[in-house]
Unconditional design. Structure first.
Ligand code: GLN
Length: 552
């Protein structure tokens, strides 16, 4: 088993996650068995309790682990599902070490960062690689080299390099910033030099430098970085922003990254197969038709809070050849401002994502009402699905004070209520209904036609659900339950008299991939296009390529 470690210097937010994902894809395209692990040097055990405003979206895996959003990038680039053990946090490592200490596993020794914490990190990394059957494990170290938090991890990686047999089996890729400054726009390499020096001071010598920045590096600048940082010029890679993140792997390939890594790690030389990937980029670039989708959220200042949804739209563009322009609606503004409401009436499709808490909910309920009454194609996800249910109760069943008991514990009509299996919510970590769950779809429903199958697996993250005591009244009024869990929970509802109105309790955005866009997102885009162009599009236009996780 070999390792490729990606570290970051100068500033955070340089796109290490995309670099790591791209390197993984580059090796996979050469037929290597690869996997990816993210190290997050924070004390939280997992991302489940973290505010999306600080770290972006919480990504959910098949096994129900709530993880850093970079795991989503890895899954999308690899087209594979990863387990939660591939997100190592300081919290997880310390928890494991302390549990071992309490059990007496350390036989009376003083428990220390070196060797016990570093030992645990190495064990977790090896274990992740082994259980995935990987020939190469990519490891992304969150944060910036020099942070106190990341020290034990970098030390563990330094030790691991020795243990796996040195440079031949482990390469370090350092991502840095080359800013362009001054009136003449000069690219500056000094921050890169400093950051590489910082890395060397902890005993790690980089094998490749990924220079992020606005401009392509000239051969002279590459030579300069090569000289000062002591990496070969062919291993200084220029990575300016690309049209989409999916353009990055081929941009890296064009600078010989795949061949260099193959040589450096003495991997078998094979030609890379980019056929399907290029097809995606080609269709993406040629998109001429366009739809406008209204996205009604509450974290709209930070687009990373909804990263997987936005990626799912990119996947649609690269497969359907339709450009999706996302229009952001702050749910709170929507409630108050008639001009914003009018703007929402003019979009071609509406999406309400998941969420928690009371802020913005009345605006989201209004958005669902606009979609329903104006025949605008609609997809409600998790909280969006629950609020579309509340809207239906209030405005179709005339249960005026209906609500979710999460949002109004005293509502006389709790049409959405706490899951009956709930064992108490005092511990907020991992206590929701999480991860991949089986969903049974009704024959000949819209959702069945979209998936092309009766049984699916989708990822969940919720505490509340549609209250079964209202179901009879709902269905009589036209709320069609077309997806349920094997034990009868409502998973999907649709409105048969509407061109496209779907609510799903689960999170389709987590399973959309560039090579297989999610059928529900594709369905929304297709319906939006039909509305915009005033035509009905044929079913064949929806790609029937569900990801492995969806398939029963
Ligand atoms: N807050 C809702 C629940 O707990 C919805 C959760 C979500 O959208 N992920 O059920």
């Amino acid at each position: 088993m070999k390792f490729v470690v990606v570290t970051g210097g100068v500033i955070s937010g340089l796109g290490k996650g995309i670099t790591t994902s791209s390197l993984a894809r580059i090796l996979k395209s050469r037929g290597m068995a690869v996997t990816v692990v993210k190290i997050d040097p924070y004390l939280n055990v997992d991302a489940g309790t973290m505010n999306p405003y600080q770290h972006g979206e919480v990504f959910v895996l098949d096994d129900g682990m709530e993880v850093d959003l970079d795991l989503g990038n890895y899954e999308r680039f690899l087209g594979e599902s990863l387990p939660g053990s591939h997100n190592i946090t300081t919290g997880k490592v310390y928890r494991a070490v302390i549990e071992k200490e309490r059990r007496g596993d350390y036989l009376g020794n003083t428990v220390q960062i070196i060797p016990h914490v570093t030992g645990e990190v190495k064990r977790m990394l090896r274990e992740a690689g082994q259980s995935a059957g990987a020939e190469v494990v990519l490891v992304e170290v969150g944060g910036t080299v020099g942070d106190i938090e990341s020290m034990p991890f970098l030390e563990a990686l330094r030790e691991l390099q020795q243990e796996v047999g040195g440079k031949e089996n482990m390469a370090f890729v350092h991502t840095t910033l080359v800013p362009v400054v001054g009136a003449v726009g000069e690219a500056k390499t000094k921050p890169t030099q400093h950051s590489v020096r910082e890395l060397r001071s902890i005993g790690i010598a980089p094998d490749m430098v990924m220079a992020r920045g606005p401009a392509l590096l000239t051969p002279e600048l590459k030579a300069k970085i090569s000289l000062f940082c002591d990496v070969p010029a062919e291993a200084v890679i220029s990575v300016p922003d690309q049209v989409t993140v999916y353009h990055v792997p081929l941009h890296l390939e064009s600078q010989g990254v795949g061949d260099y890594l193959t040589k450096r790690l003495k991997l078998p030389t094979r030609t890379a197969d980019w056929t399907r990937w290029r097809q995606f980029l080609d269709t993406y670039g040629k998109a001429t038709r366009e739809v406008h989708v209204g996205f009604v959220g509450k974290y709209i200042q930070l687009k990373d809070a909804y990263l997987s949804h936005l990626e799912a739209f990119h996947h649609c563009q690269g497969n359907l050849g339709v450009k999706i322009s996302v229009e952001w609606f702050d749910a709170e503004d929507l409630r108050k401002d008639p001009a914003t409401q009018q703007r929402l009436r003019e979009v071609d499709g509406i999406l309400i994502p998941g969420g928690y808490g009371v802020r913005g909910i009345e605006g989201k309920i209004l958005a669902a009402e606009i979609a329903r009454t104006q025949n605008i194609p609609f997809l409600g996800i998790c909280l969006g699905f629950q609020l579309a249910t509340v809207e239906f109760a209030r405005n179709v069943l005339q249960l005026k004070d209906a609500n979710s008991s999460e949002l109004d514990p005293h509502t006389p009509h709790p049409v959405v209520t706490l899951l009956d299996t709930q064992e108490g919510v005092a511990n907020l970590g991992g206590t929701q209904r999480l991860g991949s769950q089986r969903v049974l779809l009704t024959e000949d429903s819209q959702v069945h036609r979209l998936y092309g199958r009766r049984e699916i697996f989708e990822r969940h993250r919720h505490r509340f659900e549609v209250n079964p005591t209202y179901l009879e009244r709902f269905t009589k009024a036209g709320y069609a339950v077309t997806g349920t869990s094997p034990d009868g929970r409502v998973e999907v509802f649709e409105l048969p008299d509407h061109p496209f109105f779907l609510g799903v309790q689960y999170h389709p955005e987590f399973l959309s991939r560039p090579e297989s866009p999610h059928p529900l997102f594709a369905g929304l885009v297709r319906a939006a296009l039909a509305r915009r162009e005033g035509v009905s599009t044929s079913k064949e236009e929806v790609p029937r390529v569900p990801t492995p996780s969806i398939v029963a």
